[in-house]
Ligand binder design. Structure first.
Ligand code: HEC
Ligand code: HEC
Length: 293
């Protein structure tokens, strides 16, 4: 079929498309070569890509997508990376569990791992009671200082974490100060006198007459645990009464309440909830907080 021969623009000598707006005619220039080259190159790259890489959704009725000749899969890569990481963790955990804490501390890489594992486990399990960074709260001892109820060596800390305190674990750390008031071992007057004595041994002004009256009662009722000099006894988790560090508080009212009826704070046992590596890492972390012995 032959149409009308194309009009040639007299000014440029190039044929027109026949389109005209207000006397302005559109010239029919061929596409530049460089543009065509890039166009066909991108088409070629796309086709090669479809062949090699996962690209097209599967045909109706089939699952997933075309997998490509290379079978590349981000999901598989992530799974492989995760498996490798877990294997590495398992090896390190086995090392943490099988070596004693002191030898772990001598190994730089292992001790760094223990500290970071311990810190995150502490945030997950311990900070609710002991506060962030082990700063403590009323009834929950500060773990970041060098005052210890049960002992601040790596082994002692690990033991406390494993078995807990009044936890019900068969080996739990256990000590129970009698409820001198509630169970009527002492009279109200004797307890008030003892409050003055405790106030005085912790270095503050107290009623001298009451303190003197309380001295023999303390020796008889309290010294077996707290010691004659009131310095406490770590083998029974008994606090030192002469320092400024209080588990429950050093004001007279709180001291009175403790002597009247102690609270028997409970520290859960962790040996059944956390694996041995984590317990060891926690002991190393707590030890590092500032008061480790
Ligand atoms: C439910 C609250 C609670 C949680 C959770 C808890 N503790 Fe305790 N923890 C206590 C109490 C209460 C005591 C003090 C008990 C007492 O009166 O002797 C204690 C004591 C301790 C001690 C002994 C401190 C000393 O002076 O000897 C250590 C160490 C300790 N906790 C570490 C931990 C670690 C590590 C964790 C997390 C795995 C943890 N605790 C979680 C309540 C808790
Ligand atoms: C069987 C051992 C035992 C005997 C006896 C005992 N205590 Fe205690 N005392 C403890 C323990 C353990 C604690 C730690 C807190 C707890 O158990 O609730 C404690 C805590 C205290 C506290 C609180 C310290 C703090 O840091 O808040 C005071 C005060 C105290 N005792 C005074 C006395 C006085 C006074 C007597 C004698 C009338 C006495 N205790 C007899 C074991 C004993």
């Amino acid at each position: 079929m032959t149409g009308p021969s194309p009009e040639i623009d007299t000014h440029s000598g190039i044929e027109t498309t026949g389109h005209e707006w207000d006397g302005i005619k559109e010239l029919n220039n061929p596409l530049p070569r460089w543009w065509l080259f890039i166009f066909w190159a991108t088409v070629a790259v796309a086709i090669v890509y479809w062949v090699l890489m996962p690209a097209w959704p599967a045909l109706p009725g089939l699952q997933g997508n075309t997998t490509g000749v290379w079978g590349q899969s981000d999901r598989a890569d992530v799974a492989a990376d995760t498996a490798a990481m877990q294997a590495e963790r398992a090896t390190l955990s086995a090392k943490l569990a099988s070596r004693d804490a002191t030898s772990i501390l001598q190994d730089h890489e292992l001790s760094q791992l223990a500290l970071s594992l311990g810190e995150s486990a502490f945030g997950d399990n311990c900070a609710t009671c002991h506060g962030a960074g082990g700063r403590g709260a009323k009834g929950y001892p500060r773990l970041a200082d060098d005052v210890w109820l049960w002992g601040g060596s790596l082994d002692e800390i690990e033991q406390t974490i494993r078995v807990g305190i009044r936890s019900g674990h068969t080996e739990t750390r256990l000590s129970e100060m009698p409820a001198f008031g509630r169970d009527e071992f002492l009279t109200a007057g004797q307890i008030t006198d003892l409050v003055e004595l405790v106030t005085s041994v912790s270095g503050r002004d107290a009623d001298a007459a009451a303190t003197a009256r309380a001295r023999p009662i303390f020796e008889e009722q309290c010294s077996s645990c707290h010691g004659v000099d009131a310095h406490g006894d770590r083998s029974k988790g008994v606090p030192n009464l002469t320092d400024a560090d209080w588990l429950y508080g050093g004001d007279r009212e709180t001291i009175h309440r403790t002597i009247y009826g102690p609270r028997y704070g409970v520290m859960p046992a962790w040996s059944e909830r956390l694996d041995p590596a984590k317990v060891r890492a926690l002991a190393i972390y707590v030890h590092s907080l500032g008061g480790g012995e």
